[in-house]
Design a binder for this molecule. Structure first.
Ligand SMILES: [Zn+2]
Length: 271
């Protein structure tokens, strides 16, 4: 096992060097360096997280212990820089009404976010995907059909949901932007889907603060949830698709203002 890990580390280093030379083909490099035994190892070691939240389960395993290639297969619950920073993640778009308003709020505040997209929605609105990339935000694969029970389905089904959506998002973005993360709908990750996404260069993306904004509980309650729960962790979940999202847009603006007043910075989730 130690020899295997050492060999893989060398592979990772080699992949890193290649990435530096050819960033635009990072996805291809990640796939090419995945050993055939990698997926089995991930499946055997990981454990499913029912909702993507919290620090338990597989996320408690040091990422070095997960033989998944250049990207860790553990759920990301931290930001790249750490410290007093949060990461805004915005799910279920892109949407022709709510995504532009969300982008406007982020631009007004000079804040970057991660957009977790439904594959067919990305394909239907490539202009929005390109706007998101051009504004410096990052892309996340949020599956084809948003089946929150996909963890109960076959590996073949999960593979289709993850990889087809990745392709749709990449094509909508114009073929040059990376999809940095994969977030299972409703947090329905499996060890298999985490390993698969990691092998394809996408870090499985969890969350710490669930605003429940999609249930439209009122702007005040969404903001209160962020104020109360941000101490639990930095990755905050909002939505710009899947329904009427005016509360989400207003709450996002108020949360960003409050977070800035409290001294928080803004960062991306750790890849
Ligand atoms: Zn979702």
């Amino acid at each position: 096992m130690a020899r295997l890990m050492a060999r893989r580390r060398n592979i990772v280093i080699a992949a890193g060097s290649l990435l530096a030379l050819a960033g635009v083909i990072s996805g291809t490099v990640a796939v090419a360096t995945q050993d055939t035994d990698g997926m089995g190892g991930v499946s055997a070691q990981g454990s499913a997280s029912p909702d993507g939240k919290g620090g338990g389960g597989a996320s408690a395993v040091p990422s070095d212990a997960l033989p998944s290639g250049p990207v860790s297969a553990s759920l990301a619950h931290e930001t790249e820089r750490g410290g007093k920073n949060v990461a805004l993640t915005i799910d279920d778009g892109p949407d022709p009404v709510w995504t532009p308003r969300t982008l406007a709020v982020l631009k007004q505040n000079g804040v970057k976010a991660v957009f977790c997209m439904i594959g067919p929605s990305a394909r239907a609105h490539p202009d929005l995907v390109k706007q998101i990339v051009a504004a410096g935000h990052r892309l996340c694969d949020h599956s084809v059909d948003h089946n929150t029970a996909m963890d109960k389905r076959s590996e073949e089904y999960q593979r289709q949901q993850v990889l087809d959506a990745k392709k749709m998002i990449e094509e909508a973005a114009g073929g040059t932007a990376a999809v940095h993360y994969y977030r299972a709908p409703g947090g329905a990750f499996t060890p298999y889907s985490r390993g698969l996404s990691a092998a394809n260069g996408m870090r499985p993306l969890g969350w710490n603060v669930d605003t429940h904004d999609w249930q439209r509980p009122g702007v005040d309650r969404i903001v209160a949830t962020v104020k109360r729960e941000v101490r639990e962790g930095p990755i905050i979940l909002f939505h710009d698709g899947g329904g009427e999202r005016s509360q989400s847009v207003e709450a996002l603006a108020r949360c960003i203002s409050w977070l800035k007043e409290e001294g928080y910075g803004f960062d991306f989730p750790k890849v």
